[in-house]
Design a protein around this ligand. Structure first.
Ligand SMILES: *Cc1c(COP(=O)(O)O)cnc(C)c1O
Length: 445
């Protein structure tokens, strides 16, 4: 095993049998033959284990003290089968568009457990969410609140009062890639906290007869490993909770502290969920008790990546190899930036292995590139692999989040199939796109 990545493969969903990589009990080389490549694999065992870990560190310890709710941020991996898993596991989901909402609907996901996020929801999206009965809207500002109210006012069939949380911009800077920061002062997300902008919106929401204003939401960024910016953001949010009570006698009854918990892609030292969540929940409970003198609010989190990233892997078939004299040795695979844009988008790093050569020594240093017409279409630089040849199956690890959901048809490449593995059983949950589907919306001149 010394030739393969220890930090990823120590996860029990991986096993090596007779030199072949197994994923959640399934032979990856056989999966590649059965379904073709590129192929996304998802481990149901790992997804459920992650949800379980969250439940054990965030929900169960606080039973009897307050309600803590897990809301899966579906944008990380949004499919009907994932919605089915979330429903079965009893957690909520967060959607950010009419399309994700439609996926939840197609899965028959209970409307009251859906939360609608996003900084520019259209009137049509809001209307279809209200007609479905979506439980909560994370509202990005007064103009959105007004659209929600006007849709309700115009539709006699919408008879409930949706719960509303305002997303705030706490103005903290998370220690992560610039594209993954979402709470800087001049962020496009959330309402600014300047008094003259903040309080009139809160007051308006509290007094609305059409919505049920319940609280505040923040989400400071993604792929975080430090709790400090969380606690800083929380402190700012709690100060607003205090001021809201002081000004309007209104006690915020729900706080949503977002997601962003880091996942392990290469050799990151991933934190346990409790590292982030215990201090956050304790601080909220203590603040409500000591400062407000009331019961704690309902607390929710919105993890995406930390539930699905490590539960995924991608299989490719190796094609051409090119050894530039005095330069780079390239190994080309049959996918690339179309199925994993993250390396090109923000220099994300991945580990890989050759699934059919797991017992061979990794004495080659190569750059793994995709088949797209972009020099930036590089999946991994300086990968340590066994000597690869055409037809080998290359596996990249931790591709469960933001790969399928960010996939594209660039260069007319088809979106790969997704197979859900569970303890030796494999089930197709997304069919491979076809060439006919690629042109089905196109019209001749
Ligand atoms: C993207 C996002 C999340 C999930 O972030 P992860 O890093 O995948 O956990 C949660 N909440 C909001 C508002 C988001 O935009």
């Amino acid at each position: 095993m010394e030739n393969i990545n220890e930090s990823i493969l120590k996860n029990p969903i991986y096993e090596v049998r007779a030199g072949v990589l197994f994923f959640d009990g399934c032979n990856t080389v056989e999966l590649a033959q059965k379904y073709g490549t590129p192929l996304y694999l998802m481990s149901e065992t790992e997804i459920v284990r992650r949800i379980d870990e969250l439940r054990k560190s965030f929900v169960e310890p606080y039973v009897g003290k307050t309600d803590c709710r897990i809301v899966y941020a579906s944008k990380a991996f949004c499919t009907i089968a994932m919605m089915n898993i979330c429903e079965r596991e009893g957690i909520s989901v967060d959607v950010v568009s009419g399309g994700e909402l439609h996926t939840a609907k197609a899965a028959g996901f209970p409307a009251d457990r859906i939360e609608f996020n996003g900084n520019n929801k259209t009137r049509e999206e809001i209307e279809s969410a209200l007609l479905y009965g979506v439980g909560r809207f994370i509202v990005d500002g007064l103009s959105e609140l007004k659209i929600i109210e006007s849709v309700i006012a115009d539709n006699p069939s919408i008879t409930y009062h949706p719960k509303i949380l305002f997303r705030i911009t706490p103005g903290v800077t998370a220690d992560t890639h610039d594209h993954l920061k979402t709470a800087k002062k001049d962020s496009k997300f959330g309402i600014p906290l300047a008094e003259e902008v903040f309080f009139p919106q809160i007051e308006r929401a509290i007094n609305s007869e059409l919505v049920d204003y319940v609280g505040l939401h923040f989400h400071i960024g993604s792929q975080l490993f430090d709790v400090k910016p969380y606690l800083d953001a929380l402190e700012i949010a709690l100060e607003k909770v205090r001021e809201i009570k002081e000004r309007y006698g209104f006690v915020v009854s729900e706080l949503n502290v977002g997601g962003g918990f880091g996942a392990c892609y290469v050799d990151e030292d991933r934190k346990q969920f409790g590292y982030f969540l215990a201090p956050v929940v304790e601080k909220i409970i203590e603040f409500y008790d000591n400062v407000l003198g009331t019961d704690p609010p309902e607390i929710s989190i919105e993890p995406g990546r930390s539930i699905v990233a490590e539960a995924g892997a991608t299989l490719y078939t190796v094609g051409q190899t090119k050894d530039i004299p005095g330069g780079t040795k390239y190994i080309s695979v049959d996918g690339g930036m179309g199925d994993n844009i993250r390396p090109s988008l923000y220099q994300a790093e991945y580990f890989s292995a050759i699934a059919n050569k797991m017992d061979s020594p990794c004495d080659d240093t190569v750059t793994i590139c995709g088949k797209n017409c972009e020099s930036g279409d590089i999946l991994i630089r300086n990968a340590q692999l066994p000597l690869a040849s055409s037809g080998d199956i290359l596996c990249t690890f931790s591709t469960g989040a933001y790969c399928y959901s960010m996939s594209s048809n660039y260069n007319g490449n088809l979106i790969p199939a997704v197979v859900l593995c569970s303890d030796g059983k494999d089930k197709l949950i997304v069919k491979r796109q076809t060439n006919d589907q690629l042109v089905q919306n196109q019209l001749p001149l």
